[in-house]
Ligand binder design. Structure first.
Ligand SMILES: [Fe+2]
Length: 394
């Protein structure tokens, strides 16, 4: 039985390899997918914040600092006029934290400039006379933008935390948003693992119903091949039994899965003969009682072999009872009538029909008609015999 162990070991190894591979494929696949979605979200938020900052700066510049009254009051050092509008700006634009007037030179080349230091964003506004293109050359208005308020203005969710960094320059092209990586990556990782396991669950289900059954059938096919070297008749006869069993199952109205199960049982029903000595199997003369008892063991041995394969449990039970007879005189358990699984009864009819119609070295096979005449007197399920007869004898 070493080759059997080998088949099981190979099967286990293949399962583990496929499991590990698929787990990592699902995990990395989902991780990448998630990552690209996060990058997209960050890019989107970046552009939203940039547009918001620029439109706010444009609005403040046009609304307050490109205006002849403002120009005139600053020029004439009328601080109360400017103070009034500073308050107005602070109450209207929540993103503005502080406003102060600085005595710095200004060249009039742009309406406003951005400046950032220590994660803070500053805007420097020039003061223009809208009617004449004149501007104040020795003063600018500096505003400090509040990054937290800025984010509150544009974010509908606070599930993500962003840092904002704005570099020197006139345009807000350097705003960078980085998500709160630790939290995000943690959820990202957890969800990837979850999806990985979900992938494995599907794989396992798939594996259970197809891949492993493929390996199992292949493993069993090897055993059948070994059996055919030992006992050529049984191997050949098994093909016929599979065919007849499927025919009966179909006529009986069994579903496709049940038909396939019976077909497998047909191929494997005498697999237990691999455990019976060749001298008994190939003996052409009459078997003595001891030899016959030895032969009888094949249905139980077959059950033991086939039941090793988890997906073939149903097949194993069919195999075990394929020599039961309705009168209780069959083996191994002497089940009676409907105690015998229906599929085993089908297999029994298929088995007997195949055995009777096949030539053996010591006798010629019966014709179909003659075989059915004998079978109609045997302790088989006669409904099933009739179904096969309908299909075989036209
Ligand atoms: Fe048998």
């Amino acid at each position: 039985m070493r080759f059997l162990q080998q088949i099981f070991q190979e099967q286990r190894k293949a399962k583990i390899i496929v499991f590990v591979l698929l787990f990592f494929i699902s995990l990395t696949g989902f991780f990448r997918l998630n990552q690209s979605r996060i990058t997209e979200l960050e890019d989107f938020m970046e552009s939203v914040i940039q547009s918001f900052v620029i439109s706010s700066a444009d609005g403040i510049s046009v609304g307050y600092f490109q205006w002849d009254d403002m120009y005139d009051s600053v020029k004439s050092k009328d601080e109360s006029f400017l103070d009034h509008y500073k308050h107005d700006i602070l109450s209207t634009f929540t993103i503005v934290d502080e406003i102060e007037t600085l005595n710095v030179p200004f060249d009039g080349s742009t309406f406003y400039k951005f400046y950032s230091a220590n994660q803070e964003l500053y805007l420097y506004f020039g003061i223009f006379d809208s009617a004449t293109d004149l501007y104040i050359k020795d003063q600018m208005i500096r505003m400090k933008f509040n990054p937290a308020n800025l984010l509150n203005q544009v974010l509908v969710t606070n599930k993500l935390n962003f840092n904002i960094t704005i570099l020197d320059g006139e345009r807000v092209e350097d705003i960078q948003i980085s998500s709160n990586e630790n939290i995000l990556r943690f959820f990202h990782f957890i969800s990837a693992i979850f999806i990985g396991f979900l992938g494995i669950f599907f794989l396992h289900t798939f594996n259970k119903y197809s891949i492993s059954s493929h390996y199992e059938i292949e493993g069993l096919a090897n055993i059948v091949m070994l059996l055919s070297k030992k006992d050529a008749y049984t191997a050949e006869h098994s093909k016929d039994v599979a065919k007849y069993a499927e025919i009966i199952a179909k006529s009986f109205g069994m579903n496709r899965k049940q038909q396939k199960t019976l077909e497998k049982a047909g191929y494997l029903h005498d697999i237990g003969k691999i455990g019976i000595s060749e001298s008994i199997l190939n003996k052409t003369g009459k078997l003595d009682e001891e030899e016959f008892n030895e032969i009888k063991k094949h249905s139980t041995i077959g059950y033991e072999i086939v039941s090793q394969f988890p997906n073939l449990n149903e097949v194993a039970i069919i195999v075990k009872h394929h020599h039961e007879l309705r009168n209780g005189k069959g083996y191994p358990d002497g089940l009676k009538g409907d105690e015998i699984p229906l599929s085993s009864q089908i297999l029994a009819v298929a088995d007997v029909y195949s055995a009777m119609t096949t030539d053996r070295p010591y006798r010629r096979g019966y014709t179909g008609k003659a075989a059915f005449e004998i079978m109609e007197k045997m302790s088989l399920n006669q409904e099933l015999v009739a179904l096969l007869k309908q299909n075989m004898v036209q």
